[in-house]
Design a protein around this ligand. Structure first.
Ligand SMILES: Nc1ncnc2c1ncn2[C@@H]1O[C@H](COP(=O)(O)OP(=O)(O)OP(=O)(O)O)[C@@H](O)[C@H]1O
Length: 236
């Protein structure tokens, strides 16, 4: 039951910036308990796809459903309320707010007395030591962990990550990979990961979608990424 209720279904998305056709008939399903990896070279439309899922850019055509909820045309805050969470490229944490206040922003869609899940500090122990530091004083890797923890604060059904390894040191990339795998294994959250770092993506992928010029040109199970030649499709 949970699996179905937390499945994201995307169908026939068309997206334009002015006259440029950016997403062409994009459709896929992201299942709970699975990591869906979206790959493609710079500028193929990966970030635009994620923004479309969150309602940050208006769709020209297509539908987006989370379980029984039709998200098409809904405002971003409504999508967050039904369980979508987004970690944008570049993290976009609040640099002048403390780590704690950044985390509490992740609860903005919840009733006032909702508490942060204690588990966040098990996932990212470094945040516990830094709760009262300003977000802007954290390293890039710590900020990325903070952005993911903020997205997890409300207990989302769908976690969307845009290039979480960008500009991050290898040890923190490993930590982030471990957390993503652990969240997926629990089985109740669908994870959508846009990633240019092929090896990281391959290690985590249950499903892959490879994009070129706004279209999904290849897809399949993560274990077949290498055999299906996906590395060549996305290498520069
Ligand atoms: N606000 C915008 N207005 C006009 N064109 C845009 C806008 N944002 C992106 N584009 C263009 O849309 C296309 C897709 O961009 P998008 O950022 O979705 O690609 P991407 O695959 O995420 O690339 P990257 O890996 O560089 O982030 C690119 O050609 C880009 O130049």
């Amino acid at each position: 039951m949970t699996g179905r209720a937390n499945m994201l279904k995307v169908d026939g998305i068309q997206q334009y910036y002015g006259g440029s056709h950016i997403l062409r008939n994009v459709g896929f399903e992201a299942k709970a308990g699975e990591v869906t990896v979206v790959l493609g070279r710079n500028g193929v439309g990966k970030t635009t796809l994620l923004k479309s899922l969150m309602g940050l850019v208006p769709l020209r055509a297509g539908t987006i459903k989370l379980g029984e909820h039709d998200l098409t045309g809904k405002a971003p805050y409504e999508r967050v309320r039904v369980g979508m969470a987004y970690v944008p490229q570049g993290r976009e944490i609040f640099g002048r707010l403390t780590v704690l206040d950044n985390l509490l922003m992740g609860l903005a869609s919840k009733p006032a007395n909702t508490e942060l899940p204690a588990e966040l500090y098990d996932l990212f122990p470094v945040l516990k030591q830094m709760l009262h530091r300003r977000g802007g004083d954290l390293s890039g890797g710590q900020q990325q962990q903070l952005a993911i923890a903020r997205a997890l604060a409300a207990g989302p059904k769908v976690l969307i990550l845009d290039e979480p390894t960008e500009g991050i040191q290898p040890s923190v990339i490993k930590d982030i990979g471990r957390v993503i795998r652990m969240l997926a294994r629990r089985g109740d959250m669908a994870i959508i990961l846009v990633e240019q770092f092929y090896d990281f993506a391959e290690e985590l992928a249950d499903q892959y979608l490879a994009m070129e010029r706004g279209e999904i040109i290849a897809r399949g199970p993560g274990r077949l990424m290498e055999a299906n030649g996906v590395r060549a499709l996305v290498s520069v």
